[in-house]
Design a protein around this ligand. Structure first.
Ligand code: SAH
Length: 214
């Protein structure tokens, strides 16, 4: 089967599994996931599965990318903050759907690789930062949308505080691999509404100093 045929099969699978927003599906269709997947896993680039990347991290499962992006209620006039660039795959999907994407990654090596791939795909509406994403990006806040792609041990209040009024944050929360849930947090009337969505397994969100580049 060709990569193109595998990609169509994946998009149909995502639709059956609940990714019904056609803008999200066509963004996933436009982004070549094989660019973000390491060489040994090329044949699995369009399987609905998370895969290992450098620095002991993972590129997220396509279904989770689809569901989280859909929950984010994307819009071409909106800016979005992403925490955990990783491979840059989710970032590239966001670039198709938002006016500008701000993305933070703590591993410099991962960020460099992601930047190269995003440039190759001509994703010019992205601004990157190497640092601790748990602090958010105060100079660019507030944001109408925030997406966290690593599991926070508890609800990250500092990030929620960088939401615009009416803004939405999608974040996996849970300290153990077997008890993580995606939450949709909406800032309303000065407070926050939290909705628990699906169960997930993400690598942890790690606060504090950025690791040395290798
Ligand atoms: N969306 C990415 C997921 C990568 S895994 C993809 O599909 O490729 C989560 C990423 O979050 C990892 O790369 C990890 O290094 C990063 N991360 C964890 N804690 C972080 C923090 N405090 N600030 C920024 N990035 C962080």
């Amino acid at each position: 089967m060709t990569q193109a045929a595998r990609k169509i099969r994946l998009v149909l699978e995502l639709r059956r599994a609940g990714v019904t927003d056609t803008r999200v599906l066509s963004a996933i269709e436009r982004v070549p996931r094989e660019l973000f997947v390491p060489e040994p896993f090329q044949d699995q680039a369009y399987e609905n599965t998370a895969l290992p990347i450098a620095c002991s991290q993972t590129i997220s499962q396509p279904l989770i990318v689809g569901l989280m992006t859909q929950l984010l209620e994307p819009g071409k006039r909106l800016r979005v903050l992403e925490i955990g660039t990783g491979s840059g795959y989710q970032t590239a999907v966001l670039c198709q759907l938002f006016r500008r994407v701000y993305t933070i990654e703590r591993h410099r090596d991962l960020l460099r690789n992601a930047e190269a791939m995003l440039a190759r795909l001509k994703c010019h509406n992205v601004t990157t930062l190497c640092g601790d994403g748990t602090r958010g990006w105060p100079e660019q806040a507030p944001f109408p949308r925030i997406l966290v792609t690593a599991a926070a041990p508890e609800m990250p209040a500092r990030l929620a505080d960088q939401l615009d009024d009416g803004g939405i944050m999608i974040v996996p929360v849970g300290s153990s691999l077997t008890d993580q849930w995606i939450y949709k947090v909406t800032r309303v009337d000065g407070g926050f509404r939290e909705e628990r969505m699906s169960q997930v397994r993400f690598v942890p969100l790690v606060a504090g100093a950025v690791p040395e580049a290798s």
